[in-house]
Design a protein around this ligand. Structure first.
Ligand SMILES: Cc1cc2nc3c(=O)[nH]c(=O)nc-3n(C[C@H](O)[C@H](O)[C@H](O)COP(=O)(O)OP(=O)(O)OC[C@H]3O[C@@H](n4cnc5c(N)ncnc54)[C@H](O)[C@@H]3O)c2cc1C
Length: 617
């Protein structure tokens, strides 16, 4: 114990004026809330977000209580909320292509309120809209006008009962009939029925269907088609059967459906033909030399959806953290005497469990801002697909894990639906699976990293050892080197496992999936950190340095066994880490309410009262 104390106390003087210097001083308690708000909201999106906040605060549909509604009323309310929002003009159907900052900002604000609304709008705008805008051409523009105001609702039919993650395995067919110049969309087997299709059971007029394009017996692979599901009166068209997917763990305000097509004829023009087309006489023309390349291009637009989905995590977590932290300031249990009970926030455990996810949520948001900027560029970096996949996976895992933390931090009251966290927890659970299952996405990231040319620059190895653990760790350059080195070693390790395998390339990779996931984490942790440091250098808004250091040490602690056994950190320095984390949590707690203020969460997004119990009296 004495040894640990030494680590924390040696060389504890004020440091020079470096980025880290403020970490050695008590935290500056008067943070500039407006500056911090713009940082978290992003320069590009903060005006759109403020407009959305104002809408959520004032629109009567966003004041209606959805807790405990039966499924049918809940679905109707969510539809009406989405319609109100679409009519407000705060978001446009074309935003996913033309103003991704507005789109992403709006989704995040809606997610502060409830994930049903942003999921329903997400399916319509990103998935249906994304397919129309990125895979369609001039002839598909006609779907846009009514979709803008949600006069027509669109959905997205990719998943089937038999195939989810492996989209290339889907069985739905689209045979071309040159005699009528039509495609015939068909579900040939029970497992080929589309399943989970959000918005299809009750509301969607159109869907984009993913199906195998077949001409004269030749299968050209998966292509996307627009299929009309309902007539003007909302009746399902003949030869289409739509069933309800039924009650779910969460998102019961969304009408997910099971779709069966029985030789449904659609015009030739309904093929989304940006990359490949079929002439009237049935000649297939593609910009790509093989179905696999066409498939890759067909899937490419959905990367924006993966970025957007992290906004659902961000909104839900910010509101839930705000509920849990506010509660911790109000709720009293225990104290030095019975007469002097203390607020929960004074408990070291409460500070530890709430400040660490608060820091990470902000750092992830900053990184998503960077990805959004990359997506907005006409020519996106080659890494964009891998990084959208990676952040979607690690943000949703972080979200699900920490919604549970928020719930527990509020004790029994956190379990009460009226206090909102339960709804967020159930609704967000599925983010780990839809728009790409997280474990599958982490492999996409690992494959991208495996394929990168090997760096010729040999990074100097790092070994953190010495008496002054605090100075060694409160040093962003050292943290960077730890993260860089872990990533390099994880990559080398994965390459070795695969190359040492005597099995086929499929099996060799398959046997190494857990290591791919670890590599994915190492890479994402590194680039989230790198981006946070870039932001800090450009704009040292308080308390960003503290948040970065807190999240860095928590990240190291999560993999501490690895860092120590691989001789990057000595066991003596390792022992100091939990203490430094606790100190940082205590410092961040001092400004936590100001951080929450900067989130500017409309009151109707939160629990009915800060103490979570007043509504009971
Ligand atoms: C509420 C909800 C809404 C949805 N909305 C839509 C929608 O609107 N439109 C649409 O088309 N789809 C939608 N989906 C479907 C969703 O995209 C799929 O559920 C998802 O792609 C996963 O597919 P799956 O469920 O078939 O799981 P599977 O692919 O069968 O996966 C099952 C398990 O196996 C693991 N696994 C599978 N393959 C691998 C692998 N190669 N390596 C390692 N592990 C693997 C996964 O990690 C997972 O744990 C929705 C789903 C839900 C639940």
């Amino acid at each position: 114990m004495k040894e640990i104390k030494n680590h924390l106390e040696v060389n504890n003087n004020e440091k020079s004026n470096s980025l880290e210097s403020e970490l050695f001083r008590p935290i500056q308690e008067n943070i500039n809330i407006q500056d911090f708000k713009v940082l978290v909201d992003s320069v590009e999106a903060h005006k759109y977000k403020d407009a959305a906040r104002a809408f959520i605060r004032t629109n009567p549909k966003f004041k209606e209580n959805f807790i405990g509604l039966d499924m049918s009323s809940y679905r109707q309310l969510v539809l009406e909320q989405c319609e109100e929002f679409a009519k407000s003009g705060l978001v446009h159907f074309t935003d996913i292509k033309q103003n991704i900052f507005r789109y992403a900002g709006i989704v995040e604000m809606l997610a502060l309120f409830n994930n049903n609304i942003c999921t329903k709008l997400g399916v319509h705008f990103t998935l249906f809209g994304g397919t129309i805008m990125f895979l369609g051409t001039e002839r598909h523009q006609k779907y846009i006008e009514d979709a803008n105001t949600l006069k027509t609702v669109g959905c997205f039919s990719m998943t089937e009962i038999g195939h989810g993650s492996n989209v290339r395995g889907i069985e739905t067919t689209a045979h071309y009939d040159p005699s009528t110049k039509e495609f015939i969309i068909n579900s040939p087997t029970p497992t080929s029925q589309k399943f989970w299709i959000g918005g299809s059971y009750l509301h969607a007029t159109y869907t984009t269907v993913f199906a195998n394009l077949i001409i004269k017996g030749v299968n050209h692979g998966v292509h996307a088609f627009v299929v009309t599901l309902r007539d003007k009166n909302g009746n399902v068209l003949p030869k289409i059967t739509i069933k309800d997917c039924g009650h779910k763990l969460g998102l019961n305000g969304i009408d997910n459906g099971q779709l069966k097509f029985d030789h449904v004829r659609i015009p030739r023009e309904n093929l989304l033909n940006k990359y490949s087309d079929v002439t009237e006489d049935g000649t297939y023309k593609s910009q790509f030399s093989s179905p696999i390349k066409n498939f890759a291009a067909t899937m490419a637009p959905f990367i924006a959806g993966r970025m957007a989905i992290t906004k659902g995590c961000s909104g839900a977590l910010k509101t839930s953290l705000a509920i849990a932290i506010d509660f911790s300031y109000v709720r009293k249990q225990f104290g030095p005497t019975l007469e002097n009970e203390q607020p929960l926030i004074t408990l070291s455990s409460q500070q530890r469990r709430l400040m660490a996810p608060l820091a990470r949520t902000i750092l992830f948001d900053l990184y998503v801002q960077r990805l959004t900027r990359e997506l907005a560029q006409p020519k996106q970096p080659i890494s964009i697909h891998a990084h959208c996949s990676g952040i979607k996976a690690i943000y949703s895992w972080h979200c699900v894990q920490n919604l549970q933390v928020c719930r527990e931090a509020c004790g029994g009251q956190g379990y009460r639906s009226a206090n909102r966290i339960a709804e967020f927890k159930n609704d967000c659970d599925i983010i780990c699976t839809y728009e790409g299952d997280n474990t599958v996405l982490m492999q996409q990231l690992a494959k991208y990293l495996l394929a990168l040319p090997e760096s010729k620059v040999q990074q100097p190895t790092i070994y953190l050892d010495g008496d002054d653990a605090k100075s060694l760790l409160f040093n962003f350059e050292n943290i960077k080197r730890l993260f860089d080195q872990r990533e390099q070693m994880r990559l080398k390790e994965l390459k070795q496992i695969i190359s040492n395998s005597k099995e086929s390339s499929y099996n060799a990779f398959n046997n190494a999936i857990p290591w791919s996931v670890k590599l994915g984490y190492a890479h994402m942790n590194k680039i989230v950190f790198d981006h946070a440091i870039t932001t800090l250098k450009e704009n040292n808004v308080k308390p960003l340095a503290h948040l970065i250091m807190l999240d860095s040490l928590v990240t190291i602690e999560e993999d501490l066994g690895w860092f120590v056994t691989n001789h990057l950190i000595s066991s003596n320095v390792a022992k100091a880490i939990p203490f430094l984390i606790q100190d940082l949590c205590s410092e961040v707690t001092k400004v936590s309410r100001q951080i929450l203020e900067s989130f500017d969460i409309p009151e109707n997004c939160k629990a009915p009262s800060k103490d979570l119990i007043s509504d009971l009296f």
